[in-house]
Write a protein that binds this ligand. Structure first.
Ligand code: URA
Length: 436
């Protein structure tokens, strides 16, 4: 086999076989196939696309390129959840204890944040003492004991994806649906879950800006799951404005605790209940999404979800006292109010800009090595559709120092809000569901 023949075949619209794709991925990982050939192939895929069978074969080749986590020692159906990333998305902090409280084992590996979206691991590490590095053995034992553990990604999961993603990033080949779908699913499959629930974000704050593209991506990922024998469901949710009101690590933990007490923002609560309900159905603990949703809603109101959260935090060495007293979380010494300059209705909020604002305050990393400040971030006071008068507070910045950076960020946040005379039409949060 020769890489150049595989490139020709794809360039001319042919369908690659599993052995051709495995040859390419393995050769690239070993360093036998150079970047320039892989780039040419990725560009051919970008223009020609891939069939469901090719996409599944590519996914498996990438999943097989490194460690495969065996969750076999954990009893029950292990259901994982993945979000394509969004601003203010703290759903894992809520869903993990929520679904664990009804007996779905959650054995989750999460990443640190980079850029404008924060990572679950950073949020958890804002809790005093919380450890996200556990041995595989301890991780499994904890899931068997209390039904839940969330740790940082360790080991060498899907190294082919890491290498290929870095190449795509600099060759204009990121925005290819089969390449994105195989990239996401290769990591999920290597992480060992039996079933996967995907939250595909759509809108200005998301990777996929249109519903049509988000649906195509969701479809492609569900097809991969089906082809490789992992039940997969995908929910498409709006990311045209941040989820909930808090952006920033400790601030998001506090909002998650409120949600686990049944007092969270409506959008965040609804998304968590929906994603969680699909996990419960795939995990075999309910026959329908509606039944599962009601079951989970009752767990938010009867204290069971919060109790599971406390048990989880304590098991990983964290201060579970934050659940009853969130003022024990890190907090920033100063706050800056961002005021509206016009009256009307909030007609749009650029989620990505608010994510960047939080990053500039220190809540996120501009580079992999950057240190983050758990206390800083922003709290929105107004969201899309809310009436506003000039001088009202749109959002509050939580800052370490009230300096020039804070003023610049305040201006950026003000610019991220659009104010219009007319009340905007209500946007639906949950746009569609794709199942196999
Ligand atoms: N996220 C991923 O993990 N992979 C992609 O290709 C794009 C987004």
């Amino acid at each position: 086999m020769r890489a150049v023949d595989i490139i020709h075949k794809k360039r001319d619209g042919g369908e690659l076989t599993a052995s051709e794709l495995t040859y390419l991925i393995d050769g690239y990982c070993r360093g036998d196939i150079p970047d320039y050939q892989m780039s040419a192939w990725a560009m051919a895929v970008f223009f020609r696309g891939m069939t469901a069978g090719e996409t599944a074969a590519l996914t498996l080749a990438m999943a097989n390129s490194g460690d495969q986590v065996d969750l076999g020692p954990i009893s029950g159906v292990k259901v994982d959840k993945h979000s394509t990333g969004g601003v203010g998305d703290k759903t894992t902090l809520i869903i993990a204890p929520l679904v664990a409280s009804v007996g779905i084992p959650v054995a989750k590996m999460s990443g640190k944040g980079l850029g404008h979206t924060g990572g679950t691991i950073d949020k958890l590490e804002s809790i005093e003492g919380f450890r996200t590095e556990l041995s595989r053995e301890r991780f499994m034992t904890q899931v068997n004991d209390i039904g839940l553990s969330v740790i940082g990604q360790s080991g060498n999961l899907a190294p082919a994806d890491k290498k290929l993603y870095a190449l795509r990033d600099v060759t204009g080949t990121v925005e290819s649906i089969p390449l994105i779908a195989s990239s996401v699913m290769s990591k999920k499959i290597a992480a060992g879950a039996d079933a996967i629930v995907l939250d595909v974000k759509t809108g200005s704050g998301a990777f996929m800006k249109t519903l049509e593209h988000s649906e195509q991506l969701a479809q492609a990922m569900v097809e991969i799951g089906t082809e490789v024998g992992r039940h997969t469901a995908a929910i498409i949710s709006d990311m045209d404005q941040p989820l909930g009101y808090a952006i920033g690590n400790a601030l998001e933990v506090a909002e998650s605790i409120e949600t686990l007490k049944g007092r969270g923002p409506a959008d965040l609560t609804e998304l968590c209940l929906t994603l969680g309900a699909h996990m419960v159905v795939l995990g075999g603990k309910a026959d329908s999404v509606d039944t599962a949703k009601e079951l989970l809603r009752s767990q938010l109101h009867n204290g069971a979800a919060l109790a599971k959260f406390k048990q989880f935090v304590a098991a990983q060495g964290g201060d579970e006292g934050i659940a009853d007293d969130p003022s024990r979380l890190p907090s920033a010494p100063h706050s800056v109010e961002v005021k509206a300059e016009a009256s009307g209705f909030v007609s749009a909020i650029e989620a990505e800009q608010l994510g960047l604002a939080a990053m500039l305050l220190g809540a996120g990393r501009a580079t992999k090595e950057a240190e983050i400040d758990y206390a800083v971030g922003l709290t929105l006071r107004l969201k899309v559709g809310d009436p506003v008068n000039a001088g009202d507070t749109l959002a509050v910045l939580h800052v370490r120092e009230n300096n020039e950076t804070a003023s610049e960020v305040a201006a950026r946040v003000r610019d991220a809000y659009s104010i219009n005379d007319k009340q905007p039409e209500e946007r639906k949060l949950l746009l569609s569901v794709v199942t196999s």
